[in-house]
Design a protein around this ligand. Structure first.
Ligand SMILES: [Zn+2]
Ligand SMILES: [Zn+2]
Length: 263
């Protein structure tokens, strides 16, 4: 399992991590540094290493076997984790914790921030269309299918997949500390083609959760945990900044209105 010696190497990586993004409204970049979130991130790594589970905030005595970190070291590979240090209106420090995307098919794990959308809405939109797309795939695999039917089915499946992605993206609404909220497609800077998984990374989840609970973000740290990713750009225990393709285009909006920010 997660046996590599890591906590020494964890302090390397992008020393200036935190997050930033260009804001259309203010015509400049907004930035949130790491603040003192790094210490909390190191404590989180230490617990992941020692306990081998993400079921760290449970009420029952035994961790849920479905939440073991073993899976992060297998063929599915690792994922990003993030810690947001924030404070309440009366100045009390709080830490929020996130994993990117789902953990073993779950959006919700106790103690970790939820996704930016309502998971019940997601299932309502996703499940029937996904079922239909899979049925079409099975039909396409059948040798008995005619050439004409195959072409039609392929086309229909492509359209349905596209619709599924648009419908799902429509569920994502992003808040910011200014008190605004936008559909993600409007907050996203770029040509409108949002990559799959936009909004599911740690930074947007953490910032949205802080916003919705009136917490002021003070610092963000993200690190990778598990077997290195396929492209070799992420490896175990290394801190890094939010990704350029999905996070950068939405973070400017999400950080707008954060007081005390450095420009
Ligand atoms: Zn990202
Ligand atoms: Zn702004």
């Amino acid at each position: 399992m997660n046996a590599s010696p890591l906590l020494l190497s964890a302090v390397s990586g992008d020393a200036a991590a935190g997050c930033a993004g260009y804001c259309r409204r203010c015509r400049r970049e907004h930035r949130l540094g790491p603040g003192e979130s790094r210490a909390a991130a190191l404590r989180l790594m230490e617990r992941l290493h020692r306990e081998g589970t993400v079921d760290l905030f449970r009420e029952q005595s035994r961790p849920d076997p479905g939440l073991s970190t073993e899976v992060l070291f297998g063929p599915a590979r690792g994922k990003m984790f993030g810690v947001l240090q924030c404070c309440t209106a009366d100045g009390t420090l709080r830490h929020l914790y996130a994993f990117s995307g789902q953990y073993e098919g779950r959006w919700l794990v106790p103690g970790w921030v939820p996704p930016v959308f309502d998971p019940e809405d997601f299932a309502r939109v996703h499940d029937p269309l996904e079922r239909r797309i899979k049925e079409m795939g099975r039909e396409l695999d059948s040798p008995a299918i005619s050439g004409e039917r195959r072409l039609l089915l392929r086309r229909e499946r492509r359209l349905l997949s596209r619709r599924l992605m648009l419908d799902l993206h429509g569920l994502y609404r992003l808040p910011n500390p200014r008190g605004e909220e936008l559909p993600m497609a409007e907050a996203f800077l770029g040509n409108g083609n949002m990559p799959t998984g936009t909004g599911d990374c740690c930074a947007p989840k953490l910032l949205a959760e802080a916003c919705r609970h009136g917490l002021r973000p003070l610092g963000l740290s993200e690190f990778y945990w598990g077997r290195e990713n396929r492209s070799g750009t992420r490896d175990h225990g290394r801190f890094s900044s939010p990704c350029e393709e999905k996070c950068l285009p939405i973070l400017g909006f999400m950080l707008c209105g954060l007081d005390g920010e450095r420009t």
